[in-house]
Design a protein around this ligand. Structure first.
Ligand SMILES: Nc1nc2c(c(=O)[nH]1)N(C=O)[C@@H](CNc1ccc(C(=O)N[C@@H](CCC(=O)O)C(=O)O)cc1)CN2
Length: 506
């Protein structure tokens, strides 16, 4: 269930609701569909106490609004000027996305219609009469949903990632934030810490009446639990670091001699026309970066300068240098071979490949231009030459970008590598976490646990170890988890970060 609140979060959000009850919030409105483009339908959203007022003014009627009832209505601007015939949809507070009264106007998507409807709503702003209506800030609808306890911060980040998702795997990742997988884990961790703080509190409260040995045993138990928890958190961080490749894109670098067909290969494995194809050797002089979608994976591909020994062209040499640098930072290297080229692979490249192999880089050799090979022997001798050079170290795939022959097996091979790199091949959903979550895990949660170890390690055995201090360190760790989900005091500073990249209307 997407929007169900956990009891753990409900507590803090009640705190927010009570803050909101005293704070005055203007009614906000915005175009929720993409601005600046012509579309069949556009959706305008209005949220806040004056949503009903906006409806009655635009509709020029006093008719009672019914929760979630869709009505086809004429909308009028100032001076009873008919603006559009629209579908209107009203949600009664608190059963709406934002938790406030929320009105949706599904209008025609032209520039003039959307402009006139937005102007008409804006013109209803009348502060003197206590009717404050203004255009929404980026992410403000979602911010209100958070503040009204509809969603927690993990879900907020999930929504943003869902909207930003460009590929199938990114979409799946974003949705996994919704199914509460991470949230449940975080709550479990927090419960564990809180339980162990309770154990420490027992030492503080009853310490003087208990045997030193008992106290030490209790402390050892808490330490043991925290060692386990730390391991669990570190494993989680490792996993999110692997899957973060899905968000940022797998870094692929394309190598090969000039005119081997690097640019056409990019076009073949993706559906977009991203690279310029030319038949003059050395056209792709500098590295050109493009983000493409290869079978649902985001791939940041660098089309490098063709590597040619003894190039006299200074610009080209610079490009080659950059290609080598790129290759050092990439997750996967694709080497394109032109079977008609002599030598097949020059010395510079061979050396580079050998050293990358030593570093454990993923590598695929692609022999292009199969359509130009007239007899089978020709093709076989190319393969033999490559196998002689590289053995079975890398997969070698023959393709023709011109006829698309071999492209499908190549994409399959690449997909397997992407799965391996991001650990998404197993059945479970990939997990992702924002940079914010990762930072808090390190700087608050793990830091708190480590400080607990430092305090207890230095004092244990003596008769005066500082249990209060040790327990405070664990509280810091627990508060860190609260910061992640939004269940923490001083959360305002966090909100700015979470909502910074939202679009208006969401
Ligand atoms: N037209 C439209 N489409 C949309 C949205 C929207 O707000 N409007 N959404 C917005 O992002 C998404 C759907 N998400 C939504 C989430 C909650 C509620 C809502 O009304 N929640 C109430 C009632 C829940 C229920 O009846 O089960 C609530 O949480 O109390 C609506 C949409 C995607 N499509």
């Amino acid at each position: 269930m997407l929007w169900k609140l956990s009891p753990f979060l409900a507590k803090s959000q009640l705190r927010y609701q009570s803050q909101l009850a005293t704070a005055y919030l203007p009614t906000i409105y915005a175009l929720s569909t993409a601005p600046g483009t012509k579309s069949a339908i556009a959706v305008v959203r209005i949220s806040g106490t004056h949503s009903k007022y906006v409806y009655h003014q635009l509709n020029n009627s006093e008719k009672k609004l019914i929760h979630r009832r869709t009505l086809l209505r004429n909308l009028y601007g100032p001076g009873k000027n008919l603006l559009d015939k629209a579908l209107t949809l009203f949600f009664d507070s608190p059963k709406s996305y934002t938790g406030e009264d929320l009105l949706e106007l599904h209008i025609h998507g032209g520039k003039a219609v959307t402009g006139s409807v937005l102007n008409a709503i804006g013109s209803l702003n009348d502060r003197n009469s206590g009717i404050e209506i203004r255009y929404a800030l980026p992410g403000e609808f979602t911010q209100r949903a958070f503040q009204n306890g509809k969603i927690d911060l993990i879900e907020v980040e999930g929504i943003r990632e869902l909207i930003d998702a460009e590929t199938e795997t990114q979409r799946r990742c974003a949705l996994s934030s919704f199914n509460g997988m991470n949230k449940n884990l975080f709550m479990l961790w927090r419960d564990k810490i809180v339980n162990n703080i309770a154990q420490l509190t027992a030492i503080i409260d009853f310490g003087e009446d208990t045997e030193i040995e008992d106290t030490n045993n209790l402390l050892q138990l808490v330490k043991h639990n925290m060692v386990q928890l730390k391991q669990e958190i570190n494993q989680f961080i490792q996993k999110i670091e692997k899957t973060s490749i899905l968000q940022s894109g797998v870094k692929v670098v394309l190598l090969g001699p000039p005119n081997a067909g690097k640019s056409s290969l990019i076009n073949s494995i993706s559906n977009d026309d991203v690279s310029i194809i030319s038949h003059t050797p050395g056209t792709t002089r500098d590295t050109v970066e493009a983000s493409i979608d290869v079978n649902g994976y985001k791939v940041t591909i660098s089309d490098t300068a063709g590597i040619r020994s003894h190039s006299s062209d200074e610009i080209e040499l610079l490009g080659i240098e950059r290609a080598i640098k790129k290759s050092e930072q990439c997750d996967l290297c694709l080497l394109i071979v032109d079977p008609l080229n002599k030598p097949l692979i020059n010395e510079d490249l061979t050396q580079m490949i050998q050293s990358m192999y030593k570093e454990g880089k993923e590598f695929v050799i692609i022999v292009n231009k199969q359509d130009l090979l007239t007899d089978e022997n020709q093709s076989k001798s190319v393969m033999d030459a490559l196998r002689e050079k590289f053995g079975d170290k890398f997969p070698i795939i023959t393709v023709s970008c011109k006829t698309q022959e071999g492209i499908e097996p190549l994409v399959k091979q690449l997909t397997q590598i992407f799965q391996r790199l991001s650990e998404t091949s197993d059945e479970s959903d990939p997990i992702i976490a924002s940079r914010r979550v990762k930072e808090i895990l390190h700087s608050d949660v793990l830091y708190g646990i480590d400080s607990f170890f430092v305090t207890t390690d230095s004092e244990i055995g003596g008769d005066s170890y500082d249990v209060v201090m040790a327990s405070e360190h664990l509280s810091h760790a627990a508060d860190g988890i609260g910061k992640i989900t939004g269940d923490a005091v001083g959360i305002e500073e966090v909100l700015g970060v979470v909502f910074a990249n939202f679009c208006v209307g969401k």
